[in-house]
Design a protein around this ligand. Structure first.
Ligand code: HEM
Length: 179
């Protein structure tokens, strides 16, 4: 997993909780990196799992809630770092389609070792959109936070339903209705 995900995660923990909590989750995890991350480095996905699990224990918050909160948090970082990806799309559904077709393709060119999810998108009609998330990292809650922020960014009122297509969370369908 790319370092930017770790540096942003720890920044969020410091902002929403405290530096003490950052220190605690690093100390209570067994990290090959020792908790020292650079944004362009690559680290084991297991380190993220340990950090989130320990944050969950420390703060009495559920892991899915923390991952969704993190997805919402990282949206603004992506927006600041890569404004062009947003400017080229005029509406939320076009933007969501562009993640798999364009954004993550560019991310992969930039970082060959990035491990990205697959999104299959379908426009049902003008106001209904489906997006199937597939990834062995099972981070659909993180995706949910990013999708919600994307809808808000394009000032689109919406409702969203989530269906587990695989019980382990490696494939999840998001059904989004624009109001
Ligand atoms: C400009 C916008 C975006 C950029 C630059 C970007 C970039 C990245 C990067 C660098 C990673 C980490 C890859 C790794 O650790 O190896 C990642 C992971 C991920 N991205 Fe994006 N992303 C963007 C937008 C989105 C959006 C809007 C979604 C919403 C669904 C999304 C969903 C995900 C998910 C779920 C992962 C976690 C990996 C997994 O589940 O397999 N991304 N993205």
């Amino acid at each position: 997993m790319k370092g930017i995900v770790f540096t942003e995660f720890l920044e969020m923990v410091e902002e929403k909780f405290s530096y003490e909590v950052v220190d605690y989750i690093i100390e209570s995890s067994e990290l090959k990196s020792k908790g020292i991350y650079t944004s362009v480095g690559t680290y084991e996905y297991d380190e993220m799992l340990q950090l989130v699990t320990n944050l969950s224990k420390k703060t009495n918050s559920e892991v899915p809630f923390l991952l969704k909160t993190f997805g919402k948090y990282i949206f603004s970082t992506f927006h600041k770092s890569y404004p062009a990806f947003f400017n080229r799309c005029g509406d939320a559904f076009t933007f969501l389609e562009s993640i798999d077709k364009h954004i993550h393709v560019e991310v992969k060119k930039l970082y060959d070792d990035a491990r990205l999810p697959v999104f299959q998108t379908t426009r049902i009609d003008d106001s209904n959109f489906e997006m199937i998330y597939t990834s062995e990292r099972k981070m659909s809650d993180f995706a949910e936070g990013l999708i919600e922020e994307s809808m808000s960014y394009y000032k689109t009122d919406f409702s969203m339903n989530k269906v587990m297509l695989k019980p382990d969370g490696s494939q999840v369908k998001f059904m989004i209705t624009q109001k």
